[in-house]
Design a protein around this ligand. Structure first.
Ligand code: FUB
Length: 371
């Protein structure tokens, strides 16, 4: 990866105090945690469109859901580790998940205790990356990617009777799962679908034959004039614990109906799949990775195909961009992350801002920086 850092130089405390003072939501950490940043400088909060939701620890990849009128965010829990940054994301060494909840946008944010730890997942070895959650018949399902003992990313599932956990992991990853960034969308008819995948560190390019190839490409298909590697999707089984079908490609087309090409790095899928529905249309959104955009494509079915429409979010600070979109109180919200608190790609903080549609259903592009 090419780090897309903002360099900052002074002490963590200064940044945290400055940020907290300007942050509208009140935060409450219900589990003892050390202060977040360790080697950072004062970032001027006025430069940012919105402020971190939590300052006590680092969070990223926010998957938001509204259940019973309350907002729940399932983020990655970033930690500082010894591994140097590389193109395959070895520096994202997360070991557990903590859920955030809010009664309202802009209100108090509650950070709940650890909901799932890698040590309690029998098959997983390391790197608990971007999770998502779903609810069905009074059970909450946490879906998460992690590397297994062979270094291959798989997607696991864990269950709880509470939206904030603790969750109990299934002993094996979801059969037939691979790669990263699960996002589970439940349609109006109650059917649920998982969208997933990521290139480079997400290993999609090492799973093209149905078996993980540890010697496979370190980037993508290495064919810029061919259709880009597609994200994957599958309907979920009734019990939400398995795929109900073999994962298939999510087709992303340009406006003339041709697949987006591998070399079209401003528009091709990289990671961070999300699905939402607005006015009867399906919006498949994702990150373009090394070009740092959050973009979207729309379709008439959860299976696609999806036609590329444009950008949701211009580049944030930090190399990665990852988001979710949810409706709360009749308005639409973009949950995303940047590195305001740390200035370091591996230590991110989640945020929220309102998302607006144009009359034709297109999304108004958001700039995360004010100056
Ligand atoms: O948080 C680790 C990885 O970084 C996620 O899985 C990607 O989407 C990117 O945000």
């Amino acid at each position: 990866m090419i780090p897309f850092k903002t360099l900052m130089t002074s002490a963590a405390l200064v940044a945290l105090v400055a940020t907290a003072a300007c942050s509208s939501p009140e935060t409450q950490d219900t589990a003892a945690q050390p202060a977040a940043a360790t080697d950072t400088a004062k970032a001027d909060p006025a430069r940012y469109l919105s402020q971190p939701l939590v300052t006590e620890f680092y969070t990223a990849d926010p998957s938001a859901h509204v259940w019973d009128g309350k907002i729940y965010i399932y983020p990655s829990h970033d930690i500082d580790g010894p591994t140097p940054e590389d193109d395959l994301g070895a520096h994202f060494e997360m070991r557990d998940y903590r859920v955030l909840s809010m009664d309202s946008i802009g209100g108090k944010v509650t950070a709940h205790p650890v909901a799932l730890d890698v040590k309690d997942v029998p098959w997983a070895d390391r790197q608990m990356w971007a999770p998502d959650a779903a609810r069905k018949n009074g059970t909450y399902y946490l879906y998460f990617p992690a590397k297994d003992k062979q270094g291959a990313f798989r997607i696991g599932v864990a269950t709880s009777k509470s939206p904030v956990g603790p969750f109990k992991a299934a002993p094996q990853p979801i059969k037939g799962s691979f790669s990263i960034d699960p996002a589970v969308f439940t349609d109006d008819d109650g059917k649920s679908y998982m969208y997933f995948g990521g290139i480079w560190g997400g290993q999609l390019q090492r799973n093209t034959t149905g078996t993980y190839d540890p010697e496979g490409s370190k980037t993508d298909l290495e064919a810029p004039d061919k259709p880009a590697l597609a994200p994957k999707m599958a309907a979920m089984s009734d019990d939400m614990m398995e795929f109900a079908e073999t994962p298939r490609d999510v087709q992303i087309l340009d406006k003339s109906g041709k697949p987006i090409l591998g070399g079209d790095t401003d528009r091709r899928f990289f990671e961070a799949a999300w699905m939402h529905k607005y006015n009867g249309k399906y919006y498949f959104s994702y990150s373009t990775g090394d070009t740092h955009y959050l973009v979207y494509a729309t379709g008439d079915s959860p299976y696609g195909p999806f036609t590329y429409q444009g950008r949701i979010l211009e580049p944030t600070e930090g190399w990665t961009s990852h988001h979710s979109i949810a409706e709360w109180d009749g308005r639409w919200w973009l949950f995303y992350h940047d590195t305001q608190l740390s200035g370091t790609t591996r230590l991110r903080n989640v945020k929220v801002t309102e998302l607006f549609y144009n009359a034709d259903g297109t999304i108004k592009t958001i700039n995360p920086m004010l100056k």
